[in-house]
Structure formats: C-alpha cells, structure tokens
Ligand binder design. Structure first.
Ligand SMILES: NC(=O)c1ccc[n+]([C@@H]2O[C@H](COP(=O)([O-])OP(=O)(O)OC[C@H]3O[C@@H](n4cnc5c(N)ncnc54)[C@H](O)[C@@H]3O)[C@@H](O)[C@H]2O)c1
Length: 313
C-alpha cells in the first residue's frame, strides 16, 4: 500500500483516479479548492479519503497528517478561462506546480504531473504528433503547462525530485461537466447535455476541427502506470488514442446513441482553438505499457448513461 496525494482529486479525471487508487488498496488524500470539482464525485468513497479544501498554490501552509510516497498533480484552472484571466492561470498552474514540487522534495515523493497535448498546437496535414514534435502553445494555459513541465525537470536536475509528465489528449467520460461560470464546455459532455436536454448545439466554426479523444479510464491507467514506472527524470509521455475524430463526427455519435437529432447552430471559430489533433502514444506504450482499451462508442455510451441518471438541466 502506498500513500498518495491527489491535487484536483474532486474534479473529473481526479475523482476517477482516486477511485482506482483506492480500489488498488492505496491510501489517498485529496487537495482541491472545489472551483470546478464536486464533493459528490467521491461521495461513494468519501469515508476512505482524507480531504483538504484549499488552493494548491498555498500548499506550504497546509499541515498534512501523512507523509506521501507519491503526488498526482492534476489541480488546474481550466484552459477555457486562461485567456480571460491569465494571472489566475499562472497562480494555479505555475505557482501550484512549484508548491507541489517543494512538497515532493520534503516528503521524498514522486510526482506525476498531468500536462496537455495542446502544447503542440495544431498538426497541419493530420500526421500524428509525438513527444519530439515542436511545442507551439496557443493559450496561457498551455504555456503555463509547458513551464510547469520545465519546473519538474529543474527540480529533478537540482534537487533529485522524481517525476514523470503525461500530456493528455482530449479526455471525456462520466463526471465531466459543463461549468458556464468558468466558461468550461468540454466537447463530448456539452453535446451529450445539449442533445439529452433538447438544447441548441453550438458548433464553433465548421465543425471539421478534430480531436484525439481518450476515455477517462484509459487516461487514469496511463497516469498510474507513469507513477509505477521507473521514470523519474520528468520525461514526457503522450496519453492518447492516435485517432482523429471531428467535432461533427462526435455530434453524429451522440445523436446516434441518444437516438435524437440535434438543433445545430454555428458560431465563429474559438480564439486559440486547435484545428487538427492526433497524437502518437507509442512511447507510453513501450516505456509505460500504456494502451487505450475503450472505443469512442463505448466511452460515449457510458457518458450518456451517466448523464441520463444525473442531468437535471
Ligand atoms: N480533461 C481533459 O480533456 C484534459 C486534457 C488535457 C489535460 N488535462 C489535465 O488533466 C487534469 C485534470 O483535468 P480535469 O479535466 O479533470 O479538470 P477538472 O477541472 O475537472 O479538475 C481540476 C480540479 O482542480 C481543482 N482546482 C482548480 N484550481 C485549483 C487550485 N488552484 N487549487 C486546488 N484545486 C484546484 C478543481 O476544483 C477541479 O476539481 C488537469 O491538470 C488538466 O490540465 C485534462
């Protein structure tokens, strides 16, 4: 049994990660400021989780009962709000990362940091991006994720802090929610909500922009494999499916599964939006043993089932 801290553990991916760690017999502590996370996400395991409600960037003033073997660092302000509030993004992402690395240094804990494949910007010809591709961040969020990755490297080189970095493709699945206050409208969850509730579906631009969609339980397996691996030098791994799906194709799949036609509206393309995404996960496959198992149809069906049971508006 290991003792883990999960920052952002009440959020979408974090709550699935916590659930899986507990299932694997580990002791888990969560730190989250609930800006986009919900206590309900872990209601079913709440007795097994010690939780601290607070900002990751103020970690140094939190007195933990445990000494941690590992820290999964997921807490982040969403990408969608980073153009509007870049200062806030630096607080959560850059200061948060340094606070996590300082804690890791004092606990001798390994860190797994969840970064974003959006750091690469867009592929022009649809060829798969890999870890050697050129970084081209298009939002403050992506720039701050990249800086945070460098902090992991620096803390390893100077202080010997062990870490691994995973860059997620677009993650979707149960418990991902739309948060209008934070301008956070994740693609699949938004379409499922709109179609189930007979709301207009807004497509930014022509809808031919593509995503590499990874189901949340596949993403969580990759994160755990990164922690369990011998990687300690802040090496970077893409967690993805190496498949391109357009926004229009996602909507068709949702309509098909829900068995309802959507009312579609088009708006201008989003600023900083990425045109094409496809990421090669062969490095994660060979070095971490990562392989996604769920098809898009499986994953979207699970999200629809969950949303039918939980959505009231
Ligand atoms: N979901 C995706 O498609 C995706 C893609 C690429 C990378 N990621 C990364 O994966 C991680 C998890 O993403 P998610 O989709 O679960 O997001 P999420 O918003 O559901 O989870 C983030 C959690 O962090 C908490 N949080 C935000 N700011 C905080 C702060 N300053 N201090 C403490 N807690 C704070 C939120 O309340 C939330 O519970 C993030 O690091 C994100 O950048 C996600």
């Amino acid at each position: 049994m290991a003792k883990y801290l999960v920052t952002g553990g009440f959020g979408f991916v974090g709550s699935h990660l916590v659930e899986e760690l507990i299932k694997n017999g580990h002791k888990v502590t969560v730190l989250d400021n609930l800006s986009n996370g919900h206590l309900n996400n872990l209601k079913h395991v709440s007795k097994e989780v010690m939780s601290y409600i607070g900002n990751v960037e103020q970690l140094q003033s939190t007195q933990f009962v445990e000494t941690f073997d590992g820290i999964f660092h997921l807490a982040t302000a969403p990408r969608s709000s980073s153009l509007k509030d870049p200062m806030r993004d630096i607080e959560s992402n850059c200061k948060g990362m340094i606070a996590v690395l300082e804690l890791a240094k004092s606990h001798n804990a390994k860190v797994v940091f969840t970064s974003n494949s959006g750091i690469y910007g867009s592929t022009t010809d649809g060829s798969a991006i890999n870890e050697r591709s050129i970084n081209n961040p298009t939002t403050p969020y992506d720039a701050n994720k990249l800086v945070s990755e460098y902090y992991c490297k620096i803390y390893h080189n100077i202080y010997g802090v062990r870490s691994a970095v995973v860059r997620f493709a677009t993650v979707y699945g149960e418990r991902q929610v739309v948060n209008e206050k934070l301008n956070w409208r994740p693609l699949v969850a938004t379409f499922v909500k709109n179609v189930l509730n007979n709301e207009d579906v807004m497509i930014n631009g022509d809808g031919e922009q593509t995503r590499d969609l990874i189901y949340v339980k596949d993403a969580v397996q990759g994160v755990i494999k990164a922690m369990d691996s011998s990687v300690v030098d802040a090496d970077i791994f893409l967690l993805s499916t190496n498949k391109e799906t357009s926004v229009n194709q996602v909507l068709i799949a949702v309509e098909d599964i829900v068995e309802k036609k959507a009312r579609i509206k088009h708006s201008e393309p989003l600023k900083g939006d990425i045109r094409r995404m496809r990421y090669d996960y062969s490095k994660a496959k060979s070095k971490l043993g990562f392989e996604p198992k769920y098809t898009h149809r499986d994953g979207i069906m699970k999200l629809v089932e969950y949303s039918r049971a939980h959505l009231s508006n």
